[in-house]
Design a protein around this ligand. Sequence first.
Ligand code: 8YV
Length: 330
Amino acid sequence: MPAKKPLVIVTRKLPDTVETRMRELFDARLNIDDKPMSQAALAEAVKAADVLVPTVTDQIDRAVLEQSGPQLKLIANFGTGVDNVDLDAAHAKNIIVTNTPGVLTEDTADMTMALILAVPRRLTEGAAYLKNPRNEWQGWSPTWMLGHRIYGKRLGIIGMGRIGQAVAKRAKAFGLQIHYHNRRRVAEDIERELEATYWDSLDQMLNRMDILTVNCPHTPATYHLLSARRLKLIKPTAYLVNTARGEVIDENALARMIEAGEIAGAGLDVFEHEPAINPKLRSSDRVVVLPHMGSATMEGRIDMGEKVVINIKTWMDGHKPPDRVLAGML
Ligand code: 8YV
């Protein structure tokens, strides 16, 4: 008799090819309607599942994990960031946590670069003007819709991991000067290739940049890294881009500064209390807001699914899943 397949509960609708593969390999309980699960539904899921596949929209917190039965052995997160999972609580119950690193790097870096271009060049403002049938375009004018030049400006990258470096490569090709702050200085050959300047002090870097981009994970150490105090250090002519996690920036403080004209603009793909967005940010012409779509490509989602499947399958076969997230890694 073949061994019993593990019960794998997937919290959201995934691309068809991923779901088909999961059905072949596992006893997969899928969420075809894609209705986000409540905390109570998640607690029920961890009572039964051998493996849980959550996403960024599921809070797998201590209260949920306290409900988990002894059969729950693996949380195979569909996503790179694992700030939606209480790692300490999971590890205390000997539950392995995995993520999907690497496969979202290029897509997220592309979206970051898109925002770096869109905000100073007023891309969405111009596009929205022509889409609005109430606007009658009078034709080109030498002083209308003027933004600011990207070329030659200083870009400060906060978090120089895989995504930060991928942003730096793109930005360098656009003629931006690369500066960065990171917990650790990156290897000398990478710095040389990117012609990147390291700033040990984030405060000092903030003060000198024309554009800033957040590319670090959200951890207890990076929560409100850009606090109200630090945001004030940014030049009033500078732009701020975030495709990482909303929690890294004090969103209300940023909204107040945008309203007061104390910062030139922002490009935000992520928010502190998703799906809620501070209304001041949402309505400002100087802020481009996107609905957390940095990694939203079909290719990326399929690659993420493949990673999740590999993590579950290796665990099933008695091996260590390749993308284990260990407490000390964050
Ligand atoms: C994903 C992300 O869409 O992987 C991440 O960390 O932020 C997103 O790009 C999301 O997390 C999927 O759970």
